[in-house]
Write a protein that binds this ligand. Sequence first.
Ligand SMILES: [Cu+2]
Length: 68
Amino acid sequence: METVTLNVKGMSCGHCVKAVESSVGELVGVQTVKVDLEGGKVTVDYNPEQVTVEKVKETIDDQGYDVE
Ligand SMILES: [Cu+2]
């Protein structure tokens, strides 16, 4: 299991937290997703054999947020 913390812009409320947590959480290989709304960070524990950071970034992007 590996952990990555991404800087994500555009998250502003509880709805954003839910959108990111549920969409990323649905990816196969993602174990936990934690959103720090004030800090604009998303921390993901994932299995690198099942999912890539690139895929996680794409998923967040698809929800309408900017990943740095
Ligand atoms: Cu929101």
